[in-house]
Design a protein around this ligand. Sequence first.
Ligand code: TXA
Ligand code: MG
Length: 539
Amino acid sequence: MNLQEKKTKIYLPDEEGIRLAAKEILQGEVVGMPTETVYGLAANAFDDSAILKIFKAKGRPQDNPLIVHIADFEMIHQVAKQVSDTAQKLVDAFWPGPLTMILPKSERISDTVSAGLQTVGIRMPSHPVARELIRACGVPLAAPSANVSGKPSTTTAEHVYYDLNGKIGVILDGGESAVGLESTVAVVEEDAVRILRPGGITVEDFLTVVSTVTVDDGVFTKLEENAKVASPGMKYKHYSPNANVIMVEGSLPDFVDYVAVHQDASTGVLVFDGEEEHFSVPVFTYGKENESSTQANHLFDALREIDRCDLNTIYARVPRKDGVGMAVYNRLLRACGFQVVKAKHSVVLGLTGQSGSGKSTVSAFFAQLGAKMIDCDQIARQVIASEEVLQKLTSCFGEDILENGILNRKKLANRAFSDEKGHTSLNQIMYPLILKEVDQQIQQGKQAGVPLLILDAPTLFESGADRFCDQVLSVLAPKKLRIERICKRDGIMEEEAEKRLSVQMTDDFYQTRSQFVLRNHGDLALLQKEVKRIADTLL
Ligand code: TXA
Ligand code: MG
């Protein structure tokens, strides 16, 4: 019979379906078997030629051992050489269920099944159909996950059909797998377990039974192709969709910014339920942000769905790593080929302070460190020269502030600063336009992925520009020093400088509104060092 040309049959898991599936297995064929974790590709564990068909159907490397499934505890003695006290305790606590124990193998388990190892992985699934099928066969069933090697495991009969149609004779349809990820694989030691592959039975679960639980290096780190590893399955790239998947670490806003900057026509995102609205690219979801069990349920389905779309890059949200989350993270890590990046979100630092405090010097130090500078004074000079503003200014402060079409700044300043009302009117005209330009420059900086943006604004709080800032730095200096500096800078008398400072905000005003305060006493080297420290903290 040439299976390549034969369509795979899907049986319902009733008495007849199970009988026919068992018959298929006892004739030396392989069958798609439902379990509570994922679907398995099952064959008689004692029939080497049948076992070889598993490897062939999946395209699985022969150095990757298979798990042997049993229906009842007594069957374990056909598979394991001995069952230690610790193993017995684990059986009592977690079987039937998503735990595979690595135990010394019995003579009946061939090297084909164990890939030459002296141990064997044994599991008693909790899915009733799996156990009935094993019982109907009367032998343990060796079964890896029923997917094409390297692809996500299958959690429905349709998935199995999609991957293996024509390569196997029969699939038993037992509905959707409840857990959604493969079993926990653990080496059993004395009063201890070593987790080779995390799954539905968690570190916390094990600690209710044994004193020590360790997690193998291969769970979170990339192993070399030829490395000698505890679990051969760990060295293969696994669960990968065709698209390049990259996990992006960070909060949702940071993730959204990262995607906005990096996306193109063939980008998609893999995010948590309810986050869809933030993206303009194709969205795939894999469960609720804080619910690892729903993530376990949906991850493989989402990865398969990604494969049905023609996308090159998928940015994925990072799941939590505790409990069942460890398994979710481990599978996603493998789907990504261990690519995890940080959503390096641009930090916007507002820079403000009193006149003469040395704000410009601080600003220059930030510029030297490669920060992008957004200078509100400069923006104000641009804005004030625009037709729109000149019109508003003349209608508010008189036509004669223009001389031959050019603004007489001194005249404007005299009128605008002569009383509170004039001051307020000037601000009402200027601020909205300045803020609009500030917003644009910040967006440009973020799009370009600039790590640090400095918004230099003498009236940062008064104008409302502080709303654009993640953090604010105020530069303060003793009054005497400020007066000296202003006199020198603007060539004015002390009395005039005093007058200007009298309308400035107090130290307290700045202190209560800023995350960082720099006190400039005139030591430039110190000031520069402090600027570097603040930049390092922010980044
Ligand atoms: O939930 C599951 O475990 C599913 C269902 C079908 O039972 N099966 C499954 O099998 O995921 P498979 O072959 O896809 O993954 C078995 C993993 C592989 O990483 C393999 O290397 C490891 O278990 N393994 C099997 N026997 C081992 C042994 N003796 N020592 C170390 N690792 C072993
Ligand atoms: Mg597998």
